[in-house]
Design a protein around this ligand. Structure first.
Ligand code: UDP
Length: 383
């Protein structure tokens, strides 16, 4: 070997990320980790993302990304399903019953995607995959992308490492049987761009055609524009707050079309799915959102006070109490309550500032990079 060869890095390490587009959060967290791997270890990794439901699971599971938005709009059904399997025993039972059905797909997934390490960011794949990989030496890492009320299906003892975002999630992991030594409390991985505030907020607002002299209320319903977003937008409209309203409808094209027909009484800007969420958040003053873990974590980094108007029952209940406990925002399940909370913050910038500071204190902007370093460590790459 030449002298130069001694310094050459070894072959790229292949990292397989298992996610699904059920909502927007799993994809965002995965992309944040992939970005962090490249930032921390340029050229050393070869990441691959697989939507396991869409690409490897049989029908009707393969349609999970399409089925998720309508099901999540029926709160009772969501609460029932979430609770029904949320115990160690019932999670194990449902996995055993479903495994024969997904076994071929799970094995094919492992076969067709050779990797040095697997990272899962979805609760519904873990038990199946670790079973399909029995006796495999490939390390399996679970990165939990719910904040607090984390479901039993996240936690399979056969995973080599489990990363959780909060102490509350850590307690759940222990309750569901994860050994302390296999647990890391780090944070939810969020794209680096959220940590870099806009250089010139005013210029960005001007470029977007937003008023620069009014506070901006940003209204977001997760990746799929979920929850009673239309009713909330209309209530804000009727209240004639002295603010600009920016609504991001995500992939919900119908919602956007409906909102375009409203007779707006305050400056309003409507958008579909945006890839510029970091800029939208940095240019805004308050965030009204459903209690999605990704959006909440991004809002913390952006220092935005939060009004949470909806949550997925069971799954996102803990997110609401978490935000309230930190004093970073309020729970306002009725449009009238959303308006009251916003009015307080529009009329009292000092109160808004206090909530903004609390939000920023809760931020974990380094989480994606920390996870990247953990991954590197697992596959023998040194910083
Ligand atoms: N998002 C986005 N563009 C949009 C709407 C949402 O990039 O137009 C992102 C948002 O920034 C967040 C994710 O989608 O990263 C939503 O994740 P969250 O966990 O909040 O909710 P979910 O959609 O998974 O229920």
């Amino acid at each position: 070997m030449s002298e130069q060869g001694l310094d050459e890095p070894g072959p790229k390490k292949r990292i397989l990320f298992l996610f699904s587009d059920t909502g927007g959060g799993h994809r965002s967290a995965t992309e944040a980790m992939i970005e962090a791997l490249e930032l921390e270890f340029p050229g050393r990794f070869e990441p691959r993302m697989v939507d396991f439901f869409r690409e490897y699971y049989p029908s009707p599971l393969r349609f999970a990304p399409e089925i998720y938005p309508p099901i999540s709009r029926v709160p009772q059904a969501w609460r029932f399903t979430f609770r029904a399997f949320d115990s160690k025993g019932r999670a194990r039972a449902v996995t055993q019953i479903s495994y024969p059905y997904v076994r071929r797909g799970a094995k094919r997934l492992v076969r067709e995607n050779p990797a040095d390490l697997i990272v899962s960011v979805h609760p519904l794949v873990n038990a199946h995959l670790v079973r399909a990989m029995r006796h495999s030496p490939i390390p399996y890492l679970t990165v939990v992308t719910d904040l607090v009320s984390t479901h039993a299906l996240w936690y399979d003892r056969r995973a080599d490492l489990v990363v959780v975002p909060t102490e509350e999630a850590r307690d759940k992991a222990v309750e569901y049987g994860i050994a302390e030594g296999n647990l890391r409390v780090i944070g939810l991985p969020v794209a680096d761009r959220f940590s870099k505030s806009l250089d010139d907020r005013k210029a960005w607002r001007e470029r977007m055609g937003w008023r620069v002299d009014l506070p901006v209320i940003l209204l977001v319903g997760g990746g799929d524009g979920m929850g009673p977003l239309k009713r909330v937008a209309k209530a804000v409209n009727e209240a004639r707050l002295k603010a600009t309203l920016v609504v991001i409808c995500g992939r919900n094209a119908e919602l956007k079309a409906d909102l375009e027909k409203v007779d707006w009484k305050l400056p309003v800007h409507l958008y579909g799915f945006t890839t510029e969420m970091p800029q939208f958040m940095a240019a805004s003053d308050m965030l009204v959102t459903k209690a999605g873990p990704g959006t909440i974590s991004e809002a913390f980094i952006s220092g935005l006070p939060l009004v949470l108007y909806a949550r997925l029952p069971g799954q996102e209940d803990g997110n609401v109490s978490y935000v309230e406990k930190l004093r970073a925002g309020v729970w306002a399940p009725r449009p009238r309550e959303v308006v009251d909370a916003l009015r307080r913050w529009v009329d009292d910038p000092a109160a808004r500032q206090r909530a903004a500071e609390a939000s920023r204190r809760a931020a974990k902007p380094d989480a994606a990079r920390q996870i990247a370093r953990l991954i590197a460590d697992q596959v023998g790459i040194e910083a």
